[in-house]
Design a protein around this ligand. Structure first.
Ligand code: NAP
Ligand code: ZN
Length: 350
């Protein structure tokens, strides 16, 4: 297979800071498109994986899975994109195409396991996948979405992971006007969740550990803000239909199970390393559910981009250069971001 060397930003060990690397990209196969990467968001999952917090990381790793760019080449059989089109890539870059889930556009549940854009075994072409902190990428067109013209390109990037990860459970749990929704954590996922849940018509309460974000949450659209470090404030809450948990670290989920209404659901999207113990009585009383949700399929990723364009939803971003990625990782670890870092990939060229 022909390959091309491209510049990237990644690391060879869990301990070393990220730096400039060269990686190989495959040449364009008949169903592939090549994309010049313009912007790439930084998700907490990039940090978990780069530091090998979940285990199983293969080095070198090039993170980045909120990719926005421009099509520079298309394969012979490509029909959905042409050179010059804007394009987005999220977590999934391949799957079996054949199982019921793939056929339904729910590739995140592919029975063979979907291929993730970075640090994943590439079952079709071999090797390990490298993510969006790079100049360009080659992907099967079926795993690429169109970026609506009205969206700002840099701030559209976080919709490709953070946006779909919160939109998909809101759709699944039928969030709409009249529903009371809680959102735990105002980070990348949480702040977009506020905007999307409000656009769906829900009454939104956010739970934050950060005083400075509490003041900001209403600007983001929240109806109520609860400082979750204050037990009394937390206990005074009640009757949530659904609470979306975006927290990246260990925390007590029982306090949130207690404030759900009968049949309410606490839905975990955060992926802390530690276990989250659930008390039987917290769950059983009131027939409550403790559930989880993992990104979303390609069809729904296009849907959330279109939803954001229609409702003028723009993630709040801090645009940085590649040489600020290590500092951004440190700040992410301290919950110090308002509210998503996005890397201007043009900085990789300089
Ligand atoms: P993030 O920007 O770092 O936000 C996480 C937020 O959690 C923080 O801003 C903070 O909010 C809160 N938090 C952090 N430590 C806490 C603690 N010890 N106790 C209570 N709250 C704490 O991260 P993100 O990019 O939004 O990602 C969040 C999590 O979702 C990560 O674990 C990530 O890996 C996971 N994720 C999962 C999926 C999926 O498909 N399920 C997709 C993407 C990401 P406050 O300052 O407001 O308290
Ligand atoms: Zn992510």
């Amino acid at each position: 297979m022909n390959t091309k060397q491209v510049k990237a930003y990644g690391t060879e060990t869990a301990e070393a800071p990220l730096k400039n690397l060269n990686i190989q990209r495959r040449s364009v196969a008949p169903h592939d498109i090549e994309i010049e990467i313009l912007y790439c968001g930084i998700c907490h999952s990039d940090l978990h994986a780069t530091k090998n917090e979940w285990g199983g990381t293969t080095y070198p790793i090039v993170p980045g899975h909120e990719i926005v760019g421009k099509v520079t080449k298309v394969g012979d059989y490509v029909t959905k994109f042409k050179v010059g089109d804007l394009a987005g890539i999220g977590c999934i870059v391949d799957s079996c195409h054949e199982c019921d889930y793939c056929k339904e556009g729910e590739e995140q549940f592919c029975e063979q396991g979907s291929t993730i854009v970075f640090n994943s075994q590439d079952k079709r072409f071999g090797g390990i996948t490298y993510g969006g902190f790079s100049e360009s990428i080659v992907v099967d067109e079926n795993y690429v979405v169109h970026i609506p013209e009205t969206l700002d390109l840099a701030s559209a990037a976080p919709i490709l992971c953070a946006g779909i990860t919160v939109y998909s459970p809101f759709k699944h749990w039928n969030i709409k006007a009249g529903k009371k929704v809680g959102i735990i954590g105002i980070g990348g996922l949480g702040h977009i969740a506020i905007k999307i849940a409000k656009a769906m018509g829900a009454y939104v309460t956010v739970f934050t550990t950060s005083n400075s974000k509490a003041e900001d949450a209403k600007r983001l659209g929240a109806d109520e803000v609860v400082l979750s470090t204050d037990n009394e404030q937390l206990k005074a809450q009640s009757k949530f239909d659904m609470i979306l948990d975006t927290v990246s670290a260990k925390h007590d989920v029982n306090a949130y199970l207690n404030i759900l209404k009968v049949d309410g659901a606490l839905v975990l999207v955060g992926l802390p390393v530690e276990q989250l113990p659930v008390g039987a009585f917290n769950l059983v009383h009131g027939r409550k559910s403790f559930s989880g949700s993992n990104i979303g399929g390609i069809r729904e990723t296009q849907e959330v981009l279109d939803f954001c364009a229609e409702h003028n939803i723009t993630p709040d971003i801090e645009l940085i250069n590649t040489n600020q990625i290590n500092e951004a990782f440190e700040r992410l670890e301290k919950s110090d971001v308002k509210y998503r870092f996005v890397v201007d990939m043009a900085s990789l060229k300089n």
